[in-house]
Design a protein around this ligand. Structure first.
Ligand code: FE2
Length: 486
C-alpha cells in the first residue's frame, strides 16, 4: 500500500455516505477475504473508474464529478482475484499534490483567489468517468477533455492521447463510447464550444485509428453525457441543459462556477438527433423536456428508433443543490426511471416508463449494442433516493416485464453492474454481473459476482477488499488477463 494523497477530510458517515470519502491510498494485493469461488470461465480483467479523492490541494471539492480519477483493476486469472488501484497522473492530479487549494477549475469547484484565480481558465481534465481497453490501449475517459492512455497491466499513466493529432482544439472525447459488437469499432463523440457549439462524432477502428465522422452544429452549447448507437445511427438526446453565450462569458470572464452558469430551459424541449453513421445529414426531432445522464441502448425497430434512457423526474435546477451537498444529502426528492422513447418516422416520440423504482447506471449485454436487447441491468434505490441509496441490482426482462433483484444489506450501496457473457455464443443473460458494493459498518468495499440468470440468489463469489473505494462511475470487462506483477 502506498499513501500518495493528503489525508481525507474528517466527515460524518451516516448510512452510505462513506462512499464519498476520499481513498488516499493505492493498493496491490491478492484478495484473500472471499466467499465462494470464482466461477469457471470467468477469466479476464474488470477495470473501473471514478473519483477517488474529494479534495484537491486540501480544498474540499464542490461536486463529486470533480475528483481525481482512481482506477481500479480486478484480475481474474482462473483461480483468484488480484486487486490493483492507481490514480491517473493527470496534470490536475500532479498539481493538486504540489499546491494549496484546488489545482484547477472544475465543474462544481473554483480555485481559490476569487476572480483573479479563475478568470479565463478552462475546466481541468480529471479523467474520472469511464475506462476501456481498445486495440491494446487502456483509456481513462472524461467528457471535458482528451483520453488518458494507461498501461493495462500496471495502470501507469502514459499521458493524454490525441490519436496522432486527430483530436483537435479542446479535443473532447466523451466517457460514454459505444462498441459495435459486429464491427468491433468504438464510436464516440465530443461536445465542443469553440469555434461554435457542436457535437463532433468519431469512430475508432479496430486498429485504434481515429476517424472523424461528422460535426453537428447546435444552437447553444448543452451538457450531454451519453449517446446510443444503432446499426445505422448515432442517437443523441440533447436535454435543455444549456450554456448560452452569456453563461459562457460569465464562466470565462467573471469567474463563475461552471455548474452555476448552466441553465435549465424546459421551454426548449429535448432534441433528439439521429446522425447517420455514414456521415449523412442528421434528422432532428423535438419532444417534451426531460433530463438524463445515461443511455442504455438503442435500435431500429422497422422504421421506428427505440432509445432507452434513465430519465429524471426533475431538471438540472432541482439536482444542483443535491450535487453541492453530495457529502450529506441522500438525494431526497430525486427520482430517475428507466424509460423507453420510440421515435416514429413522422417525428412523434412515444414515452414509456419501463420500471418505477429510482435507478441509475443502466447496462445491457454488450453483444446486443445497436440491436434489440431483452435485458437491462440497473443499480436501484429501494429504500431511499438516488446515488447514496442504490442498494439493489435489478434485472429487467423487456419481453415479459419480469423483475429479478439482488437486495443488499441495509445501508449498503452498490454501483454499476457490468455483464460478462459466459461464452461468446452464450444466451443473452447467460453470464455474470460484476458490481462493487460498499459496506458502511466496515467502511470497506467488496466485489460481487452474481449469476445474471438469477441475480436474486446469493452471490456466486464475493471478494472483500481491505479498504473502501468511493462509489465510482463506470467500468469495462475484457477477456485479457492483466499481469500486474510484470
Ligand atoms: Fe456516466
Amino acid at each position: 500500500m502506498t499513501s500518495i494523497a493528503t489525508q481525507p477530510l474528517a466527515l460524518e458517515r451516516p448510512g452510505g455516505l462513506g462512499i464519498w470519502e476520499s481513498q488516499p491510498d493505492e493498493h496491490d494485493y491478492v484478495v484473500d477475504d472471499v466467499e465462494g469461488s470464482v466461477p469457471d470461465g470467468l477469466h479476464g480483467t474488470l477495470y473501473r473508474n471514478g473519483p477517488g479523492s474529494f479534495e484537491s490541494g486540501g480544498q474540499p471539492l464542490g461536486h463529486f464529478f470533480d475528483g481525481d480519477a482512481l482506477l481500479s483493476m480486478f484480475v481474474f486469472d482462473g483461480q483468484r482475484v488480484r486487486f490493483r488501484s492507481r490514480y491517473v497522473r493527470t496534470n490536475h492530479y500532479r498539481s493538486g499534490r504540489e499546491r494549496r487549494g484546488a489545482a484547477g477549475r472544475l465543474i462544481g469547484t473554483n480555485r481559490r483567489g476569487g476572480w483573479a484565480g479563475n478568470v479565463l481558465r478552462l475546466p481541468a481534465n480529471v479523467a474520472n468517468t469511464h475506462v476501456v481497453l481498445h486495440h491494446g490501449d487502456l483509456y481513462a475517459l472524461y467528457e471535458l477533455g482528451k483520453p488518458h492512455r494507461l498501461d493495462p497491466d500496471s495502470l501507469e499513466t502514459l499521458g493524454e492521447h490525441d490519436f496522432d493529432g486527430r483530436l483537435r482544439r479542446m479535443g473532447a472525447f466523451s466517457a460514454h463510447f459505444k462498441v459495435d459488437p459486429v464491427t468491433g469499432e468504438l464510436w464516440n463523440f465530443g461536445m465542443e464550444m469553440l469555434p461554435r457549439p457542436s457535437i463532433r462524432c468519431y469512430r475508432l477502428d479496430r486498429r485504434g485509428r481515429l476517424h472523424r465522422v461528422r460535426e453537428i452544429h447546435i444552437p447553444d452549447m448543452v451538457s450531454n453525457h451519453d449517446f446510443a448507437l444503432t446499426e445505422r445511427h448515432m442517437v443523441f438526446a440533447l436535454d435543455p441543459v444549456t450554456i448560452d453565450r452569456a453563461g459562457a462569458l460569465r464562466f470565462l470572464l467573471l469567474g463563475k462556477r461552471l455548474a452555476d452558469v448552466v441553465r435549465w430551459r424546459p421551454d426548449r424541449g429535448t432534441t433528439i438527433v439521429l446522425a447517420p453513421r455514414d456521415g449523412g445529414k442528421p434528422r432532428v426531432v423535438q419532444t417534451d423536456a426531460f433530463f438524463h445522464f445515461h443511455v442504455d441502448n438503442a435500435y431500429e425497430d422497422g422504421s421506428d428508433t427505440v432509445l432507452d434512457v434513465v430519465r429524471f423526474s426533475h431538471g438540472w435546477d432541482h439536482l444542483l443543490p443535491h450535487f453541492d451537498a453530495f457529502r450529506s444529502t441522500d438525494g431526497d426528492g430525486v427520482r430517475s426511471f428507466l424509460t423507453r422513447l420510440r421515435i416514429t418516422p413522422s417525428g412523434r416520440v412515444e414515452v414509456d416508463d419501463l420500471y418505477g423504482a429510482t435507478s441509475e447506471f443502466p447496462r445491457h449485454d454488450w453483444r446486443r449494442t445497436t440491436r434489440a436487447h431483452r435485458y437491462t441491468y440497473l443499480a436501484t434505490a429501494l429504500q431511499g433516493h438516488w446515488l447514496s441509496s442504490l442498494n439493489a441490482i435489478t434485472k429487467l426482462d423487456h419481453r415479459t416485464g419480469a423483475v429479478r433483484q439482488h437486495l443488499l444489506p441495509s445501508h449498503h450501496t452498490v454501483g454499476e453492474p457490468v455483464f460478462v457473457p459466459r461464452r461468446h455464443d452464450a444466451a443473452e443473460d447467460d453470464g455474470w454481473l460484476l458490481a462493487v458494493a460498499y459496506d458502511p459498518a466496515e467502511h470497506r468495499s467488496r466485489l460481487l459476482v452474481l449469476d445474471a440468470r438469477a441475480p436474486d440468489r446469493d452471490p456466486l463469489f464475493v471478494a472483500r477488499l481491505r479498504h473502501h473505494i468511493p462509489l465510482g462511475f463506470h467500468g469495462s470487462f475484457t477477456e485479457r488477463v492483466a499481469n500486474p506483477i510484470g
